[in-house]
Design a binder for this molecule. Structure first.
Ligand code: BV8
Ligand code: ZN
Length: 239
């Protein structure tokens, strides 16, 4: 089944809802997705820049990419898709929002229970003393130095090849283990272990509802796959 009515019924009937979002939910806020046209940076692929090797090789260059994204994100606003998830959180008995996005738009939209499994572009962490903090400075000298020990500071995100933050990841797995609906929005479902949450939901017998602009490897395996833009479809799922 793949109609809006079926999707509305799945949301209405669910008592424990887990949501997995990806870059597609922020597309209509103006933030380029990873694998769409905007997913390149100059002629570099995100997979080549979001790595510890790239950062070790040229921290200033990698910081220039992150700072350009921070500047762009600071100009963007949450969209109707982010806000619809806030409404669904309010109507559900149990709700957990698991996001691969590092842009912070779910928090700005008002979502309460947000698990940032790939970190947060507004966090910085010192490689020297481990000091981490929210840092919204868009003018700082790059690469930034730690205020505590003047060590090298990195973006507080999870790079390819790095493990996900253990506590947050375990909470995400627990939420999917308990859910009776997993709503997957705006992700190409190519990055693991995040995409593995879809397999976990199916394994525990939860219904899986996908809302995505393009088909993904999971589109034929989920209970309901709605093709469309998150900002247009998600508001239709709110009671
Ligand atoms: C791990 C933070 C290992 C940074 C990100 C070799 C070596 C090491 C690991 C691997 C390897 N090969 C594979 C792996 C695993 C790797 C992986 O999955 N690689 C992929 C490329 C195959 N995973 C990892 O490395 C992970 N760590 O495995 O550790 C390990 C394990 C145990 C012990 C030790 C080590 C870490 C992955 C995290 C990487 N960090 N982000 C940053 O943002 O800069 S991932 C990055 O991709 C973002 O988080 C992004 O969200 C995520 C996934 O992309 P999507 O969100 O899906 O975005 P995408 O553009 O792909 O798709 C957008 C979708 O939206 C599209 O389908 C489109 O149709 C749709 N859309 C567009 N517009 C709209 C829309 N939908 C609705 N409405 C619209 N308007
Ligand atoms: Zn430090």
């Amino acid at each position: 089944m793949s109609s809006i009515d079926d999707a509305r019924r799945l949301v209405a009937e669910a008592s424990s809802i887990a949501v997995l979002t990806g870059a597609g939910i922020s597309a209509e806020s103006g933030i380029p997705t990873f694998r769409g046209a905007g997913g390149m940076w100059g002629n570099f692929r995100a997979e080549d820049l979001a790595t510890t090797e790239a950062f070790a090789r040229d921290p200033k260059f990698v910081w220039e990419w992150y700072q350009s994204r921070r500047v762009e994100i600071a100009r963007c606003e949450p969209n109707a898709g982010h806000r619809a998830l806030v409404a669904i959180e309010e109507q559900a008995d149990e709700f957990t929002l698991i996001t691969q996005n590092v842009d912070g738009l779910h928090d700005r939209a008002g979502s309460k229970r947000v698990l940032k499994i790939h970190g947060d572009i507004w966090m910085t962490r010192c490689l020297g003393c481990g000091y981490q903090r929210i840092n919204r400075d868009l003018e700082m000298e790059l690469p930034p130095k730690c205020g505590e020990c003047s060590g090298m500071v990195r973006p507080g995100v999870v790079w390819f090849g790095e493990t996900l933050p253990r506590i947050v990841w375990e909470e995400a797995e627990r939420a999917v283990n308990r859910c009776d609906l997993l709503l997957v929005v705006g992700t190409s479902a190519q990055v693991y272990p995040a995409a593995g949450l879809i397999d976990l939901a199916r394994h525990v017998g939860a219904s899986v509802l996908e809302v995505n602009l393009d088909a993904t490897a999971y589109s034929n395996a989920v209970d309901c796959s709605v093709r469309g833009k998150a900002a247009e479809v998600l508001p239709l799922l709110v009671a």
